[in-house]
Design a protein around this ligand. Structure first.
Ligand code: F2R
Ligand code: MG
Ligand code: MG
Ligand code: MG
Length: 371
């Protein structure tokens, strides 16, 4: 059985990436690693900035979890459509993509009679290739890891098609769910093996969605670029050059193709045993004055895991562009691998609704292993 702490780590790190990254989403200029880190450090120290609000990424991830829990771990499109739509109308100002609101209005107006219809009609019938399906796919990877209740790739497609019918969005969500599922079983050492499994998932997703390997617009070719970057091991002092090169090659856009492989790179880079966290973070002391009983009583291993996660989120946000979504997806993967111990208490105190997300993760875990 996958420990509940890994489900919690995944969803809490996704929340943290969203809340931290939202402050930088589509800033006119990319921020350096140092600038991003200083902002995060202040976020964790200064109560007056709390809570960091979450955006559509978390609102819809919570909605996917709720629907999975209600449907005993299965994807039921009408239930999911209702859950996503309810989340949208609860707070329409959480930074949704331009096409999303219209889909939710149409779903509600038709009383969820055709859960796929409104999304299929978008963009003159081509459907959205935005990353809105991938950004909420982590719970599908979690439930998929539990053998008894595993939704197959078809079910990830069903869950995505409620808002995104384009092949690029479907394949991206499928790859993101697979990344979480595989990260849950990561042995802490063999990142090459994790990469190979992900490259195979990318190839399968491309084939299933009719994307062709030789073309630039395929996850297979993006994953090949991920491998090239993983082979480079630049020094910490060159982190901003690394970020610029990764952002340029893999992308930081609102499209699934130009964000999911980017998030995967951010996660795998951090999970390499040889990875050295940036000195700014390895020298960091968690703020002790807010909750000393929790943050100061850490083992060395916990401290290192927290530094790893913070290093990942800081790097992801320093890429610029769609920072909330890329950091949230990268966080979900690393959090699934490391578990809830990787989340500093001061960060959880700073993020909106961390208690609610935590208990939802526990409920999802219960459902995943209850049949
Ligand atoms: N929307 C945001 N942030 C504001 C981004 C503004 C920025 N200036 C920019 O757009 O570059 N964040 C949230 O949205 C993302 C998830 O988006 P989702 O749910 O996929 O939305 P949507 O509207 O379906 O797709 C996003 C945009 O992609 C373009 N697009 C998609 N499919 C297209 C197609 N077939 N043809 C042409 N264009 C297509 C459109 O511009 C869509 O609006 C996350 O970042 C989340 O945080
Ligand atoms: Mg967002
Ligand atoms: Mg519309
Ligand atoms: Mg975003």
């Amino acid at each position: 059985m996958i420990p509940c702490a890994k489900f919690r780590g995944c969803l809490l790190a996704a929340l943290a990436g969203d809340c931290l990254g939202a402050q930088f989403e589509f800033s006119p200029r990319r921020s350096s690693f140092r600038t991003v880190w200083l902002a995060f450090d202040a976020n964790m120290r200064e109560r007056r900035r709390w809570p960091l609000v979450y955006t559509d990424d978390t609102a819809l991830t919570r909605a996917v979890c709720e629907s999975l829990v209600d449907c005993r771990g299965r994807v039921e499109p009408a239930s999911l459509a209702r859950s996503l739509t309810d989340a949208y109308f609860k707070a329409t100002d959480r930074g949704y993509g331009a096409a999303a609101g219209g889909v939710f209005e149409d779903l509600r107006d038709a009383n969820f009679a055709d859960p796929f219809g409104p999304a299929a009609a978008l963009f003159e019938g081509r459907g959205s290739y935005g990353n809105g399906g991938a950004m909420r796919a982590a719970p599908l990877g979690l439930i998929g890891a539990a053998a008894a209740a595993a939704p197959n790739a078809e079910e990830v497609h069903l869950a995505t098609r409620v808002t995104h019918s384009n092949a690029l969005a479907l394949a991206g969500a499928r790859l993101m769910a697979a990344a979480v599922r595989l990260a849950l079983r990561f042995d802490g050492v063999d990142v090459d093996r994790l990469y190979d499994s992900l490259a195979a998932e990318a190839a399968a997703a491309d084939t299933a969605c009719g994307l062709h390997e030789g073309e630039a617009s395929s996850y297979t070719s993006s994953m090949r670029q991920v491998k090239e970057f993983l082979g480079k091991h630049p020094a910490s002092s060159a982190v901003d050059e690394e970020a610029r090169a990764v952002a340029g090659a893999l992308g930081t856009e609102v499209t699934a193709l130009r964000s999911v492989p980017t998030a995967i790179y951010c996660a795998l880079r951090t999970l390499r045993p040889s990875h050295r966290v940036h000195p700014l973070i390895s020298e960091w002391q968690p703020p002790g004055n807010q909750n000393p009983s929790i943050d100061e009583a850490l083992s060395i291993e916990q401290r290192q895991q927290q530094q790893r996660l913070l290093d990942c989120l800081t790097f992801a946000v320093s890429l610029g562009g769609d920072t909330d979504t890329i950091a949230s997806m990268a966080g979900a993967i690393v959090g699934a691998a490391l578990g809830a111990d990787a989340l500093p208490a001061s960060l959880m105190l700073a993020c909106e609704a961390s208690d609610a997300v935590d208990s939802l993760a526990t409920r999802l875990h219960r459902v995943a292993y209850s049949s």
